[in-house]
Design a binder for this molecule. Structure first.
Ligand code: UD1
Length: 290
């Protein structure tokens, strides 16, 4: 967003998962350290600023974390977002587009692969339930109240600036941290589970494209690379890029975990702006950044 001249950005983050160092230092960026679950505060912010675009990314971002904190997940991942769209509706505030980050987790363990947006869903954890419910609410608000909304289901995002510090961080950030700092790594299960790893730069391009494309309205799009890779395969790729051997052990699978996930990205590809960084190139950039 900041690439557009004269654009100003307001970021709200309680830093419970992210880092202040990832927020660009610029006089066009206002950073507010606050929880999005403070409804009065968030409503006031929206009413006072009348933003052109809303990008709803704040979340308890881990499936496993949501299994430990189901109610808090609901408050952050659903209620806080509902408060924002309800404020926009109630106050009749004009805006250009609202983007919500839903998740591949909504597809659950259903066997159809690759995952297409029109397939059945099976939300198996509170994380997936809240992502799906919020996605539906946003699309329904768009349809019922003529508001410009768009949702995307993120697959497994990786790349520079991802925080490896929490046990609930994305698997690639943990793996790379273990490799570079000679720490032990645990596979939950046998490492045969597969994911569709999508480079963070491609996700940013996709969000920008969805905000700026009028045809992408009141609809949901997969944001993915469209390739299926097992944890074991990606571990080998990281080993070869770092020249180090992963000190790995195997633990029981995580509760709520999905075994396989990969996307059909043709719906977003048809809009013409989606980029697909090959996994080996994205991993090389990631390794070079640490
Ligand atoms: C991830 C995202 C979630 C997103 C979803 C979309 C994170 C933290 N979560 O969930 O926001 O909605 O993709 O599909 O990025 N694993 C290990 N060892 C570890 C850590 C993880 O073996 O130390 C395994 C997990 O059990 C899982 C796989 O790696 O099978 C991926 O886990 P994780 O990176 O947490 O992502 P998802 O659960 O797929």
């Amino acid at each position: 967003m900041l690439q557009a001249p004269d654009t100003t950005v307001t970021v709200v983050d309680d830093l419970s998962m992210g880092s202040v160092n990832n927020i660009p230092q610029s006089d066009r960026v206002t950073f507010i350290q606050h929880t999005i679950t403070d409804h009065e505060f968030m409503s006031q912010l929206v009413i006072e600023n009348k933003f052109d675009y809303y990008v709803l990314l704040a979340a308890i971002a881990s499936v496993a974390d949501s299994v430990e904190r189901p109610y808090e997940t609901h408050q952050v991942n659903q209620e806080a977002n509902l408060n924002i769209i309800e404020t926009l509706r109630r106050e009749k505030l004009p805006f250009k587009k609202l983007f919500f980050s839903s998740s591949a987790a909504v597809y659950g363990q259903l066997p159809e692969m690759p995952k297409r947006e029109d397939q059945a869903v099976q939300p198996l954890t509170q994380y997936a339930v809240d992502k799906y419910a919020t996605e539906r609410a946003i699309i329904n608000y768009g349809r019922l109240y003529d508001m410009p909304m768009v949702c995307a289901r993120f697959f497994n995002v990786y790349g520079p600036k991802q925080n490896p510090a929490s046990p609930y961080s994305g698997v690639l950030s943990i793996m790379l941290d273990c490799l570079t700092n000679d720490k032990p790594f645990s596979f939950f299960g046998d490492g045969s589970q597969t994911r569709d790893f999508v480079y963070v730069g491609d996700v940013v391009n996709a969000i920008r494209g969805l905000l700026q494309t009028p045809a992408a309205r009141n609809d949901v799009f997969n944001i993915a690379n469209g390739k299926q890779t097992s944890l074991m395969t990606v571990a080998k790729q990281l080993e070869s890029l770092t020249g180090k051997k992963l000190n790995a052990s195997f633990k029981p699978g995580r509760s709520g975990d999905i075994h396989d996930s990969f996307a059909d990205a043709s719906k977003i590809n048809a809009l013409g702006f989606m980029t697909h960084t090959p996994l080996e190139d994205g991993l090389a950039k990631y390794v070079a950044s640490v």
